[in-house]
Design a protein around this ligand. Structure first.
Ligand SMILES: [Zn+2]
Length: 127
């Protein structure tokens, strides 16, 4: 029991070390390759202000963040800091998705048969 468990842990550690040794560019290329393989597009998001931005009113301030708690100086909104940051990223992600969608919409609509009939093809691509 003991040695088997130890072996597994060692493997995980090795994997993590390998992943940790990748450069950011290598990791990006790997993700892009995997996404392309699955027919998906990679969207890059700049998280610069996410930790300081209020996900409720959009107010940005360094003082909004108090360690693990986010508290907005403007509207008083309080939330776990990581949760607030991820909400901001989600908003950027969705708006970027719709931007890409509208850019490719004319193409999508041209491919759609006007007769309609069996099933509407104008479905938004899956996120
Ligand atoms: Zn606020």
């Amino acid at each position: 029991m003991g040695p088997a468990k130890k072996k597994k842990k060692g493997k995980e550690k090795k994997f993590r070390r390998e992943l940790g040794s990748w450069s950011a560019v290598e990791l990006e290329k790997f993700i892009e390759y995997k996404a392309e393989d699955a027919g998906k597009k990679v969207i890059y998001i700049n998280p610069k202000y996410s930790p300081q931005k209020c996900s409720r009113c959009g107010y940005v301030s360094k003082e909004n963040r108090h360690d693990s708690v986010f508290k907005c100086k403007n509207c008083g909104f309080e939330l776990n800091a990581d949760l607030n940051a991820s909400r901001n990223i989600e908003v950027i992600r969705v708006s970027e998705y719709f931007r890409l969608l509208s850019a490719s919409q004319s193409l999508l609509f041209n491919e759609t048969p006007l007769t309609g009939g069996a099933g509407d093809q104008r479905q938004a691509p899956k996120l």
